[in-house]
Design a protein around this ligand. Structure first.
Ligand SMILES: Nc1ncnc2c1ncn2[C@@H]1O[C@H](COP(=O)(O)OP(=O)(O)O)[C@@H](O)[C@H]1O
Ligand code: SF4
Ligand SMILES: [Mg+2]
Length: 351
């Protein structure tokens, strides 16, 4: 990953968020069982900024993305886009949001229709979302392909004729050709080889910046998220346990789970890596979502935390704003007395 360019911009004056998720909970009901996938999660992204959402598999990242994309309903809480509640009740509302909020997913092969040529897929996006003329479609496709480093010869080919990295460039082109304001990248580089991953990350970083895009960049890999993000939110068992400026969260993590994520990230030095491995917390990949009430009344990280104290088992910690700029939910590392303000005190209707 050494050829990645760091693109996070210095802290800008606070702008109103383009997207704001407040107290979002999502419960799936399947086979008579309720799964609490997202548990009162709050996050916000100012226009033109990138928020990295990181957490292990099953922590609820894709569920948050799905709510924003209108694929999964919120059980409670709210999502606000550009100052208005995110609703897609009418066809016109769905069409408008489909253009303004675009997504790039993990599997480039699965996300492209294998029976259609690239030109048809991209052209249809333009015609459906922007109602442009055939001549204008050709001009716009040439321009977006150039932006992702490809030529117009690809328009006549089928998805099976491309590598994963090339297809992911085309998926980015498809997302950006309709000039969205927000892009949701859900594990968009996770299936790629490391060298290709670096190229696609750099491409995303460049395009996000050049177009002033707002980016919700989701990955299980903290190092990937750190390169691209202005801010990072760390999700565990559906709860945001730490969030703040990217450098603060990635290099000076406060929450024990974020610390474990940092220790789990590979480092080039073999000896240092062995020491990290020996010292890191027992991770495992157990499904962390679970019974709503059991999780709500304790710290979600309690069963894996070496710093646990009695209160952690009986009281859920709330995000506390620390002088560092980070917000952390931990009774030990961010006790209420240490914070400037708790997230719970800003929220209404918290239990
Ligand atoms: N459609 C579904 N029905 C039931 N449970 C689901 C569904 N989708 C996701 N889950 C569960 O919700 C939790 C969060 O999943 P997900 O949002 O996909 O996490 P992540 O993207 O962080 O891996 C997991 O426990 C997962 O098994
Ligand atoms: S609240 Fe307690 S169990 Fe949870 S992370 Fe902090 S110290 Fe560990
Ligand atoms: Mg996911």
């Amino acid at each position: 990953m050494s050829d990645l360019i760091a693109t996070a911009t210095p802290a800008a004056p606070a702008a109103p968020p383009l997207i704001e998720v407040e107290n979002l909970s999502v419960v799936y009901r399947s086979k008579g069982r309720q799964v609490l996938a997202v548990d009162k999660a709050s996050l916000a992204i100012a226009r033109g900024r990138t928020l990295g959402l990181v957490g292990e598999s099953g922590s609820g990242k894709s569920t948050i993305a799905s709510v924003i994309l209108g694929l999964v309903p919120a059980t409670s809480g709210s999502v606000t886009f550009d100052g208005a509640p995110l609703v897609r009740k009418t066809r016109a509302q769905r069409a408008a949001l489909a253009r303004r909020i675009q997504a790039v997913f993990q599997d480039p092969f699965g996300s492209m229709n294998p029976t259609r040529k690239i030109g048809e897929t991209l052209g249809e996006m333009l015609r459906y979302n922007l109602q442009v003329s055939a001549a204008e479609v050709a001009v716009r496709l040439e321009s977006i392909l150039a932006e992702v480093g490809m030529g117009t010869e690809v328009l006549d080919r089928f998805p099976s004729q491309f590598s994963g990295g090339q297809l992911q460039r085309l998926a980015i082109a498809r997302a950006l050709v309709v000039e969205p304001e927000l892009i949701v990248c859900d594990e968009a580089v996770s299936s790629l080889d490391l060298s290709v991953q670096a190229q696609v990350i750099n491409l995303l970083a460049r395009l996000t910046k050049a177009r002033g895009l707002t980016n919700l960049f989701i990955s299980h890999d903290l190092s990937v998220v750190t390169y691209l993000s202005d801010e990072i939110a760390v999700l565990f068992a559906g709860q945001v346990v730490e969030r703040g400026p990217a450098a603060q969260v990635a290099y000076h993590p406060t929450h024990p789970y974020t610390q474990a994520l940092v220790l789990a990230a590979p480092v080039p030095d073999v000896q240092a890596q062995a020491e990290r491995r020996a010292s890191r917390l027992d991770r495992g990949h157990a499904d962390q979502a679970g019974d709503a009430h059991a999780l709500r009344q304790s710290c979600p990280f309690a069963s894996r935390c070496p710093f646990i104290i009695d209160i952690c088992r009986s009281e859920r910690p709330h995000l506390v704003a620390l002088p560092s700029g980070a917000r952390v939910a931990c009774h030990v590392n961010a006790p209420m007395a240490m914070g400037v303000m708790t997230e719970a005190s800003e929220e209404t209707g918290d239990e």
